[in-house]
Design a protein around this ligand. Structure first.
Ligand SMILES: Nc1nc2c(ncn2[C@@H]2O[C@H](COP(=O)(O)OP(=O)(O)OP(=O)(O)O)[C@@H](O)[C@H]2O)c(=O)[nH]1
Length: 233
């Protein structure tokens, strides 16, 4: 018998750094050169074994670019039944209505995605120094407003393009160490370190107390399963 734990994870970072591509590679082992920019946010799940537990990642992929939410709301509200339940819990619907009418920028929505998250994957593009500055802004925001014990994982994506790199790995490692984050260079395109990124997160999540009897939001299941809740591309 294994305990299944639901872990909310959000992806944050500049537009075009590859957040959706990382999720798509992790959940579906697929890469799309023509992937569309995210509007609002998208949601997927994947369950992976971790020691004596199963970690069911509830992954929120957020939009990196500020957009007019009057369009974004439509996409964001095309939700699965499961997601609807989650959204009701978070009271996202009423907040989105409010935000749509105000046409505020998407960053106002970000707290809904990192609130209650066990982990945040903050992504930058190793070929774009600016995306590393944006990453630092996200870290600052998480430190100030995010959950207290949130696991932070930094992904330096597009490492297949290291010949045009602008951000040295050393800089990312030093920064990650200074904030107590995991860091890994990834390539969603070439499937490099994507599994390892999420395994690293799993390892940072303290195991459940074996004496607890499943009344802490966990479910006992017979066998490990892998699943994706919907297509991302
Ligand atoms: N070479 C290379 N290109 C990548 C990689 N990951 C993503 N891309 C490309 O980068 C572009 C942006 O990828 P997305 O996954 O949409 O980026 P995003 O961060 O989700 O962007 P927003 O939705 O705007 O926030 C697409 O053309 C991808 O094909 C990678 O590892 N290597």
């Amino acid at each position: 018998m294994m305990a299944i734990r639901e872990l909310k994870v959000c992806l944050l970072g500049d537009t075009g750094v590859g957040k959706s591509s990382i999720v798509c590679r992790f959940v579906q082992d697929h890469f799309d050169h023509n992937i569309s920019p995210t509007i609002g946010a998208s949601f997927m799940t994947k369950t992976v074994p971790c020691g004596n537990e199963l970690h069911k990642f509830l992954i929120w992929d957020t939009a990196g670019q500020e957009r007019d939410l009057s369009g974004g709301c439509v996409a964001s509200l095309e939700l699965t039944g499961y997601l609807k339940a989650l959204v009701e819990t978070l009271d996202v619907q009423s907040r989105q209505d409010e935000l749509c009418s105000d046409r505020r920028e998407f960053h106002s929505l970000a707290p809904m995605y990192y609130r209650g998250s066990a982990a945040a994957v903050i992504v930058y593009d190793i070929t774009k120094q600016d995306s590393f500055y944006t990453l630092k802004k996200w870290v600052k925001e998480l430190k100030e407003h995010g959950p207290e014990n949130i696991v932070m994982a930094i992904a330096g994506n597009k490492c297949d393009l290291s010949d045009i790199r602008e951000v040295p790995l050393k800089d990312a490692k030093e920064y990650a160490e200074s904030i107590g984050a995991i860091v890994v260079e990834t390539s969603a395109k070439n499937a490099i370190n994507i599994e390892e990124l999420f395994q690293g997160i799993s390892r940072q999540i303290p195991p459940l107390d074996p004496h607890e009897n499943g009344n802490n939001g966990t479910i006992k299941v017979e066998k490990p399963t892998m699943q994706a809740s919907r297509r991302c591309c």
